[in-house]
Design a protein around this ligand. Sequence first.
Ligand SMILES: Cc1cc2nc3c(=O)[nH]c(=O)nc-3n(C[C@H](O)[C@H](O)[C@H](O)COP(=O)(O)O)c2cc1C
Length: 343
Amino acid sequence: MSLYRLLRPLAFVLDAEQAHRATIRALGLLPRRALPDFPASLASEVAGLRFPSPVGLAAGFDKDGEVPDAMLSLGFGFVEVGTLTPRPQQGNPKPRLFRLAEDEAVINRMGFNNGGQVEALARLGRRERRGIVGVNVGANKDSPNRIADYVAGIAAMAPVADYLTVNISSPNTPGLRNLQAGGELVELLGAIAEERAPGGPPVFLKVAPDLQSGDHDRIVRAALEGRIDALIVANTTVSRPPLRSRHAGQAGGLSGAPLGPLALDALRAFRSASGGSLPLIAAGGIASADDAWVRVIAGASLVQLYSALVYHGPGLARRIADGLAARLVERGMGNIAEAVGSG
Ligand SMILES: Cc1cc2nc3c(=O)[nH]c(=O)nc-3n(C[C@H](O)[C@H](O)[C@H](O)COP(=O)(O)O)c2cc1C
């Protein structure tokens, strides 16, 4: 029995946010360890970075960049910290995080609670650079100029980031997702492109799964024009597929298993809109090597997960990586890059 299986019932007695806080604290106490070795077939280059495994930790687990090294050593090929806003903010009133155990899902309306970019910059600046750590940036809820917040975040966090993610798809900051709309998106990405220093980290754009037909083409065009290096598809959904848990009616973004089919549809729509011209990173409901494989052959160069950790523990990242390597062998493929979009 894994240690996680043993501890899970204990963690589930706690309120979801308390359990998360306790997890971060425990991870912070882990002694520093070497980064794991992954099968060579899993290493690939995306946006100019060399990823040792395509299985990454999605944003929101380590908002303040407290434990990226622990998560890398537990078997993630890359870790995305954040969302970080320019100024610290409290987020929404508690409770704001709900486990939907019967659905292997989570609903959150955290609202970008974080200690702010200044504190995270100092913390991340103290670590020895190893592994791939991306920094996800957002806008403060009360910001008079959200575009300026993104531009400031890109500039501020670049020195400690292997890549940066522009998160315009959180449903928990009112109006934020409007930045995905035509004119605003072009303006935002233009402003970011101007701010980027030559030789700086690549910039990814994270989108919502809740888009209309036509949005995918428009977003891909804006991303290519705005020199975005990859799209992360997707954030949590405001839709509610059928759910069994008593928390189903909670407001916020839904993630985990029920998001899977929606996120896969969105990935396919972005693949067909981009024809492979823009690397795609899949997130949403990935809980097994099969789930990850389906995203890869649908066009994802990398995958990320968060909610499945709650139900399957941190060993999951390594199990998915090994499962992907086994599928490559079965299919006579030498490298994960051959599988991308092959389905
Ligand atoms: C509690 C929680 C907090 C999250 N916070 C953020 C965040 O701050 N920024 C962000 O871009 N995504 C955030 N996400 C979304 C995840 O990064 C991911 O896109 C989404 O949960 C789908 O993946 P999953 O089904 O594997 O969880 C959060 C998700 C959860 C469950």
